[in-house]
Design a protein around this ligand. Structure first.
Ligand SMILES: Nc1ncnc2c1ncn2[C@@H]1O[C@H](COP(=O)(O)OP(=O)(O)O)[C@@H](O)[C@H]1O
Ligand SMILES: CC(=O)N[C@@H](CCC(=O)OP(=O)(O)O)C(=O)O
Length: 260
């Protein structure tokens, strides 16, 4: 019997709304079996960047990360947000342990090569340390992963949190876990019409996704989320669901499946 593992990813809008965050942490702390929390925090990082005089730049949901931006996002993701989440989970009796990708070499990345766009210190994941994470899970701990990675040559890198969630899910799926990957954001699912919350698409496959990209009904931060969702499905993750917390609790949201 494979071991069950839930990976919950919470994004910037959930982190920014105290009531939504409270509910998401209650949900995570109460999950049965093994669980890993992956968090973003792009919204908070953009706010702090602006306060410090840096205008954030995003392209297709990914941040252009110059040296000053890297310093600030490291403070926000690997410092304030990660430690606050761990403390909030400890308060719920959940034995959380917060890690950046450098801690225990948990997420190794390489600086994204410059093609048409120079993303700066943005990291593409090379490897997730499944042995380390499985060891922590075996100890009854719940890892809390932030979107800061490293290249093992002393360089920290900023990596999209949806990608961290996918890479973690994939690594643990090939390490004997049956993985449910849940992307939790502020909307009830992937919408046919962004202005109509009742237009949730219950099931998406790569062909329907390509159509939605072409007609412009999916864009922004939903692009890395769905790219990662389909990559996870293709790599053996048992289920990938996108939605708000109510959708996850009720078994609704958007389920990502392979074509066919
Ligand atoms: N068709 C769509 N359905 C739902 N969200 C969409 C769609 N197209 C674009 N989006 C945008 O994607 C965003 C989610 O991506 P992002 O902000 O990166 O999420 P997260 O909160 O996980 O960081 C939504 O807030 C929404 O504005
Ligand atoms: C390279 C890159 O884009 N990194 C992301 C990491 C944070 C993130 O993914 O946060 P959300 O989940 O809240 O969007 C960024 O700095 O915005």
């Amino acid at each position: 019997m494979p071991m069950q593992l839930t990976i919950l990813k919470i994004g910037g809008n959930v982190l920014d709304q105290p009531a939504a965050l409270h509910d998401a942490l209650d949900y995570f702390a109460a999950l049965p079996g093994a669980a890993v929390l992956v968090h973003g925090g792009g919204k908070k990082a953009s706010q702090v960047l602006r306060e410090l005089g840096h205008e954030p730049v995003m392209i297709d949901g990914r941040r252009i990360t110059d040296a000053a931006t890297l310093e600030i996002v490291t403070m926000v993701y690997a410092g304030l947000l990660n430690k606050d989440l761990v403390a909030q989970l400890q308060r719920r009796g959940c034995n959380a342990i917060g890690l950046s990708g450098a801690d225990g070499n948990s997420v190794l990345a390489t600086k994204r090569p410059v093609k048409t766009i120079d993303y700066g210190f943005a990291g593409d994941v090379q490897a997730v340390n499944a042995v380390l994470l499985a060891g922590l899970l075996d100890l009854g701990l719940r890892p809390v992963l932030c979107p800061i990675t490293h290249d093992q040559r002393g360089q920290l890198l900023n990596t999209n949190a949806d990608t961290i969630a996918k890479a973690t899910a994939t690594a643990l799926a090939t390490h004997g876990y049956q993985v449910s990957l849940r992307y939790c954001f502020e909307l009830p699912g992937v919408l046919r019409d962004l202005h109509d919350p009742a237009s949730v698409i219950p099931e998406l496959n790569p062909s329907l996704y390509a159509d939605a990209l072409a007609d412009g009904s999916i864009g922004g931060g939903m692009i890395p989320k769905l790219d990662n969702a389909f990559a996870a499905v293709a790599a053996g993750v048992s289920e990938v669901i996108i939605g708000d917390l109510a959708a996850h609790r009720a078994g609704r949201g958007t389920r990502c499946r392979a074509d066919g």
